[in-house]
Write a protein that binds this ligand. Sequence first.
Ligand SMILES: *Cc1c(COP(=O)(O)O)cnc(C)c1O
Length: 366
Amino acid sequence: MIPFLDLKAQYTTIREEVNEAIQSVLDSCQFTLGREVEAFENEFAAFSGASFGVGVNTGTSALHLALLAAGVGPGDEVITVPFTFVATVAAIRYTGATPVFVDIDPVTFTMDPEAIEAAITPRSKVILPVHLYGQPADMDPIKAIARQHDLVVIEDAAQAHGAEYKGRRVGGLGDLACFSFYPGKNLGACGEGGMVVTNNPDYTRTLKMLRDWGAERKYHHELLGYNYRMEGIQGAVLRVKLRHLEAWTEARRRAAAHYNHIFDGSGVVTPKEMDWARHVYHIYAVRSPDRTAWQEVLLEHGIQTGIHYPFPIHLLPAHADLGYEKGQFPCSEQAAQEVLSLPMFPELTSDQRIEVAAAVKLLATQ
Ligand SMILES: *Cc1c(COP(=O)(O)O)cnc(C)c1O
């Protein structure tokens, strides 16, 4: 069986470092926030080209708090895409604001900058592009529109640790950026984790309060806060893993290049790395109108695949009350029907890649 993702393969390569990091937290008993989390905040913010990092318990919490820090609340509108993981939209709704969707560009799977203007109203407050699959959204035009309309830009970088836009890492591109350290992400905790990074000290102060019950000093609660603190063990583990991230990202990029090479000229629709991007291939998705059949055949051949994501958010029952209908975002809807994520992780071997690609190529030429 070739798995879609193999977390064990990675743990095996760094077992001792990770075990030591966990042991050091057990010895220190700094189980929540603390020294390791603070060090990781500084290291990851620097890695992402931002001045400040605020560690939280999940990527979803990072999005929720970034929106709150930007002043988003009931009556406000947040412009985002329907082709994303549901957390992007759920976080907007937690604040009481209304998500307003714009379609994706069908080649990059990220926000179509040309669709934004039509979605802006006097209630718009934030533009929230998603760096889907590990490729940055086209940030320059998005930022230009935001500047023109006085909107805050929040990056959903949950899938894009280390990705670059025109030579700059994601995280420092918008006003705030949100990362997830869910185990399956390119940088994954031994459990859950997330972070908001920003260059703005005022946002940082608010974020730190909001994640810890709205207080700067214990029991002096100034804001309605949350218990969204990052755990000490996750901070310590993520510091270890951050040191390996560039090597893992390069391994992902080599795997993607290898897939691309085998698919060249076969008619398989492969992901396109834009001129302005350094894609970090959290997901390597091919497209086919027959992807459901492909998935079944591949599984029969012992090849596990994934679908990210089978439904655009505007067509999910959980968000039906937003009032959107089928046909409103054709590029997102078509992508949701056609994408198929092939096995992709840094430890994926050359032989495994060849086996996967050969099976897919066969399907594409049938
Ligand atoms: C994973 C993910 C999130 C949520 O992160 P969690 O850590 O799972 O809460 C948000 N947005 C996108 C695009 C994601 O892939």
